[in-house]
Structures are given as C-alpha cells and as structure tokens.
Design a protein around this ligand. Structure first.
Ligand code: PMP
Length: 289
C-alpha cells in the first residue's frame, strides 16, 4: 500500500484523509506541484519548489516549511514507497477553518505528498501523435487568476477536458478571452513554423510549465529560434509541427488540430529531436534520493 505523507507523518493511503472543513476542499484554496522521479533522481526539484513558493506567495499563504524540509520529505516519500521512477504530487491546502471564505480561521496549512507509480502515456501517443480540438470553454482570464499560480482551482480545465472527451479527444486547446491560444487543459503548447518555435506567453493564460522551460533551454542548445508570442488557432492550423509539454506528458507530438492536419500529419522531425533531448536530460539531471 502506498504511504502518503500527511502533515508530518507517513500514513497508509487508506488512512490519508483530510477534514471536510479544509478550505482546499471547500473552496479549492490551495496549490500543488506535479513532479517526476526518473531513475532515482527527482527532476527539476528546485524549480518545482520555487514555483510552489511563488504560488504560495501569490495566494498569500505562508509556507511554514523550508525548501530543504520540503525537498527532504519529497525524497523520503519516494524512498518509503521504494520508487525509482514515478510521479510525485505535492499539495498544500489552506488548512482547516470555518465555513466562511476568509482563510483567517485557517490556522495552519496542510501538506500532502503522494509518490506513486505513474500511469505513463501509451507509446502510441508518441509514435502516432495526438489529435486535439479547440474547446468552447475559455481559459480563466489572467486578470482574474494569474496563470502562474498552480492552484487547486482546476474546474476551468476540467470542463474543457470533459468537453473534449465527449467528442472523443483526449486534449483540448484552450483559448483566452481575447481568442489567443493559452495552453491545453494540462499541458503547454508549442508550434514550429519555418524552423521557428513559438509558444504563448504566460500572460496569454499559460502556466509557467517546468517542461516548457526545459524545452526553451533545449531550443537554445539545438539552435532553434524560439519566441513567446500570441498565437491564434490559425497559427496552430498552419504550423509545420506542434507539440505539447508537461511533467506527465513530457514532449508529445500533435498531428491534427480541429480536423486540420499539422504538417504531414505525422509526428514532426524537430519534435522528435526535442523529445530525445528532453529524455536525455531527465536521465542525466536531477536531485538524487
Ligand atoms: N498547463 C497546465 C494547466 C498544467 O496543469 C500543467 C501541468 N500538468 C502544465 C501546463 C505543464 O506544466 P509542467 O511542465 O510544469 O508540468
């Protein structure tokens, strides 16, 4: 049975329960991170913890744990469960309070760390590429909730994901209020056109993805010009290659968007180079358990 870290101790997954008065449950008041463990190394742990700290700061939540402490517990959660490869979910909720919206009654935040095996995306996604659609649900406005905050409020993305699912697609492209591409429901998006890569800027509604950042680094290493710029659906349709990035997805090719074939309709050559470069990085870099 998986051992879950909950507020200072490891408990069996069946015993890992939070209060019905936790504001994380009542209001989605909290933040989280999804992290990968590859071959006994936690990939980009510092970057994930930095983003968690920024999310906490943005929602006015004081993290009572040091980065060192969090990092030790994360590594411990992997070791306790005998993992060398897997997925780690770190969740910080506002904690237990009364029924009012104000977090003033929440005395201390709760910390949950779940380290488990990852249900990897099937190889088929990488070999054949994904077919995706633009969903009708717009991304929450960056003016309402900063897309930089990885919060427990995923309803917007969940609705878009369900809409795609009902039409037989596993991912949906989400547009922002202005009609520019923001991201997908759980991944960032990149397009290649005439040898240049583009991805929407964070202020267009994109999470500052850790994988996105690694892909930006790889672009510099491979000498592929890259720009963060507003993209329309048209820009995606007429691109030569398109791929999504995320901690779980890594770098996954997209071969069709809204019924339009991307490039040749097969995973792109440059996309393949980025996936290979990404996989070689994860094998070499990381925080040892
Ligand atoms: N956008 C959204 C909405 C996400 O939830 C995620 C994480 N799954 C991403 C982008 C990708 O971010 P990362 O590379 O940090 O996993």
């Amino acid at each position: 049975m998986v051992k879950v870290f909950l507020d200072g101790e490891f408990v069996d997954s069946e015993e890992a329960k939070v209060s019905v008065f936790d504001h994380g449950l009542l209001y989605g008041d909290g933040i989280f991170e999804g992290i990968r463990l590859y071959q006994g190394c936690v990939f980009k742990l510092e970057e994930h913890l930095e983003r968690l700290e920024c999310s906490a700061k943005a929602i006015l939540l004081d993290l009572p744990w040091s980065r060192r402490q969090l990092s030790d517990w994360i590594c411990q959660a992997c070791r306790v469960n005998g993992l060398t490869d897997g997925y780690i979910r770190v969740v910080v909720t506002r904690g237990v309070g009364n029924l009012g919206l104000s977090p003033k009654t929440c005395i201390k935040p709760s910390l949950i760390i779940i380290a488990d095996h990852l249900r990897l995306y099937p190889d088929e996604y990488y070999e054949k590429g994904l077919k995706i659609i633009t969903g009708p649900t717009r991304r929450t406005s960056a003016a309402a909730l900063s897309p930089g905050i990885k919060s427990l409020n995923y309803l917007n993305n969940i609705i878009a994901k369900m809409e795609a699912d009902r039409l037989g697609y596993i991912e949906a492209l989400m547009l922002n209020e202005q009609g520019y591409v923001a991201e997908c429901t759980g991944d960032n998006v990149f397009v290649l056109r005439r040898g240049r890569l583009s991805t929407p800027p964070s202020h267009a509604g994109a999470l500052k993805g850790i994988t996105r950042r690694v892909v930006i680094e790889i672009a510099a290493e491979l000498n592929v010009p890259l720009k963060e710029e507003n993209l329309t659906r048209y820009d995606i349709w007429v691109s030569d290659e398109c791929f999504l990035t995320g901690t779980a997805a890594e770098v996954v090719p997209v071969v069709e968007v809204d019924g339009r074939k991307i490039g040749s309709g097969k995973p792109g050559e440059v996309t393949g180079r980025f996936l290979a470069a990404f996989r070689s990085k994860v094998a070499k870099e990381g925080t040892f358990l």
